[in-house]
Design a protein around this ligand. Structure first.
Ligand code: HSE
Length: 302
């Protein structure tokens, strides 16, 4: 049995417009988690990079919770935990930082305790911790994922699109918790809005599977969450418009936001500059990232 594990885990973008709580994409930005099993009763956490000043370094840490969830599952609770987190994924921005922490903790703990759990087992534990499957699925499986939950059990399909697709992400300086971004959502929506999203989600998956990205412009439209979250993200519509004017296929909120993401296969820097300039005009300082689709999901480095 290994007692140390080093895991790399990708950031993710969820929803992808209309696919609320279902569609997700793994992105080529990574956090690293190193777990060492130590003497029972100890729990030390160090964080470097993103979140180093505000991520809890005790039992409240979500990666620690994930490690303990694996210990409970494999009945291996006679260890303490030493965890090192080295983060590149911006925190509370809609790029799956909490999913990465959960999945990183789960995969590292599974490796350190002898790989007794399958990826599907880890997916089920991760979904139970996170509350929805759309970020944890791509963090585990890589690629583009479609997830749903039936009788509390999450199911996932994964695929890689046939043609190059690049994501240009505008990352504003301010943070937005998923909790706050879910509080603005309505409990009911009109039937016509549900129909609107069904068509867009079907076309989104068709466009991504076939590589016919010209359909993304309309397939990324949404009436379930983006209209309600727009008030939390100054300049959202203008940033989308700026990306499309520079040649992006389409744009959407990344997860619960506040990152805004556009999909393209060209003009990446031009699109990034246009998106951040549009944010600046709304008084929001932002940077941009150019990310590809990660195909592997979380991997054990050693
Ligand atoms: N589907 C989730 C939401 C993603 O939009 O609230 C955030 O993690």
């Amino acid at each position: 049995m290994a007692i140390k594990a080093h895991v790399s885990v990708p950031g993710t973008t969820a929803n992808c417009g209309p696919g609320f709580d279902s569609v997700g994409i793994a992105c080529t930005i990574y956090n690293h988690i190193e777990l060492e099993l130590v003497e029972q009763g100890n729990c030390t956490v160090t964080v470097s990079g993103e979140g180093e000043d505000n991520i809890p370094v005790d039992d409240r840490n979500i990666a620690v919770k994930a490690v303990r969830a694996v210990f409970d599952r494999v009945k291996c609770s006679n260890y303490g935990i030493s965890l090192k987190m080295d983060n590149n994924i911006p925190l509370a921005r809609g790029l799956g930082s909490s999913a990465a922490a959960i999945v990183g903790g789960l995969v590292a703990a599974n490796q350190a305790t002898g790989n007794q759990l399958t990826k599907q087992d880890l997916f089920e534990i991760a979904t139970a911790i996170e509350g929805h499957p759309d970020n944890v699925a791509p963090a585990i499986f890589g690629g583009i994922t479609i997830s749903l939950t039936k009788e509390r059990k999450p199911h996932c399909m994964r695929f890689i699109p046939p043609n190059k697709l690049v994501m240009v992400v505008a990352v504003p300086e301010f943070t937005l918790s998923t909790h706050k971004a879910r509080q603005v959502l309505p409990s009911n929506i009109p039937f016509q809005d549900a129909v609107f999203n069904v068509g867009r989600t079907a076309m989104l998956i068709g466009a991504l599977c076939s590589g016919e990205y010209q359909h993304l412009r309309y397939a990324l439209e949404d009436k379930l969450h983006q209209p309600f979250r727009q008030s939390l993200i100054p300049g959202m519509k203008e940033v989308f418009d700026a990306a499309i004017q520079c040649g992006a296929y389409g744009a959407a909120l990344s997860g619960a936001g506040p990152c805004l993401i556009s999909y393209t296969d060209k003009n990446t820097d031009e699109i990034g500059v246009a998106m951040t300039s549009a944010f600046a005009q709304a008084g929001i300082k932002a940077k941009y990232l150019v990310l590809n689709i990660d195909q592997q999901g979380a991997v054990v480095i050693k």
